[in-house]
Design a protein around this ligand. Structure first.
Ligand SMILES: [Zn+2]
Length: 384
């Protein structure tokens, strides 16, 4: 037990010194030992360990102080990287993030086929190209995290079920690790997006909810820097809250799930009863042409999206609600109408307690959040 506590303290100190350097660098050994209230020897040891792992670097600083020259340390901004991957039916988006959480490269490619083995092969090929382009050795990339839609078991990185990809119980983390030989995390995409939004949020935001309206409907909550996962990591799956037991059939097996009124495939199915429109853009074009059926259909979706905002606010009591997803991000008409519609749907007592914003992280949200999640995991669990 004592040994374990000792290791824990050591790990915790390493983590805190790294955070100190990240927040306040360039910083000297003497300053580290002062802030951390630790001996100069301990500070030096931890600095040596972090340098050896290429996590920090020494910088020459001319602070024009009289006396002995001190060595200063900063994060090794461009020596090590984390990779964030967004995986969805449309394709793969891959981002290379430095230790300072700046996305220095990103790329989107179409999926050849949404079969797990082929997707992993494609991820591998893309990473090999990135390594070549940036001349990165194996030890420059400290980990990779994939964000994808579905119910994900994050400890083992198992995709329990993804309707979009049609994957069931697939051990994605283990399979990518086998191929790439680096630490891998796998998690729900909206939870990853929430991490980005939380990073970009105004100072003082402590409870941030993200709602995604797209091929499905979902939400995610970060409270005091912690993702709200629930027992099985599906907290926030509001798309399957039932709003009308006599409603439309949902592929989950129930009738009248919230997403059946809002999500893209359901809107296009409904539209097909009147006219065959292939995309949401075509549906909105019909509204602009003055087609009443198209307006009624989209108005109903917007009403239910407003209900989703109200229900999220009532469930989570957030400071801020971020609206995201392809319906909001790609269709100004829907965005504008929803912002007009939602206030009249919000519970009286909740009025004025929260802000509503359109996504700040935009299409970088999932890859940035995934890379930050991997970085945090590395610092919390792997660093030693
Ligand atoms: Zn459902």
């Amino acid at each position: 037990m004592e040994v374990k506590n000792h290791n824990f303290l050591k790990h915790e100190n390493v983590r805190l010194v790294l955070k100190l350097i990240s927040d306040h660098g360039p910083i000297s050994r003497a300053e580290i030992s002062k802030y951390m209230k630790m001996s100069a020897t301990s500070a030096s040891r931890i600095v040596a360990l972090l340098s050896e792992k290429h996590l920090i670097e020494e910088v020459a600083l001319d602070r024009q102080q009289v006396g002995r020259k001190a060595n200063y340390f900063t994060l090794n901004k461009n020596g090590i990287y984390f990779i964030g991957v967004e995986l969805d039916v449309f394709g793969l988006r891959i981002g290379l993030m430095n230790f300072d959480e700046e996305m220095i490269f990103k790329k989107t490619v179409a999926l050849k086929e949404p079969l797990p083995e082929l997707v992993i092969q494609q991820i591998k090929e893309e990473i090999m190209m990135i390594k070549k382009q940036f001349q990165l050795a194996d030890n420059h990339i400290l980990g990779l995290c994939v964000g994808l839609p579905g119910i994900i078991e994050p400890e083992e990185g198992i995709v329990e079920f993804s309707v979009q990809l049609q994957w069931k119980n697939y051990p994605l983390k283990e399979k990518i690790q086998e191929q790439l030989g680096i630490p891998v995390q796998v998690d729900n995409e909206l939870k990853m997006k929430a991490i980005s939004e939380y990073k970009l949020a105004d100072d003082g935001v402590e409870h941030l909810a993200v709602i995604g309206f797209g091929s499905g409907v979902g939400s995610a909550l970060i409270s005091h820097n912690e993702i709200n996962r629930g027992k099985s990591n599906f907290a926030g799956e509001i798309g399957h809250t039932i709003v009308d037991p006599n409603g439309t059939y949902c592929p989950c097996g129930n009738f009248g799930c919230l997403q059946t009124y809002i999500a893209e495939p359901f809107l296009l199915n409904e539209a097909a009863k009147v006219k065959n429109v292939a995309t949401i853009t075509e549906l909105i074009n019909e509204i602009e042409k003055g087609e009443v059926w198209a307006k009624n259909l989209v108005d109903k979706a917007i009403k239910y999206a407003a209900i989703a905002i109200n229900n999220t606010v009532c469930s989570y009591n957030p400071d801020v609600v971020i609206l995201s997803g392809s319906l909001i991000e790609n269709h100004p008409y829907i965005q504008k109408e929803l912002l007009k519609e939602y206030p009249s749907t919000i519970w009286n007592l909740a009025h004025g307690t929260f802000d509503v914003q359109i996504t700040n992280s935009k299409d970088e949200g999932i890859i940035l959040g995934a890379a930050i999640h991997m970085k945090n995991y590395f610092i919390d669990h792997i660093i030693l």
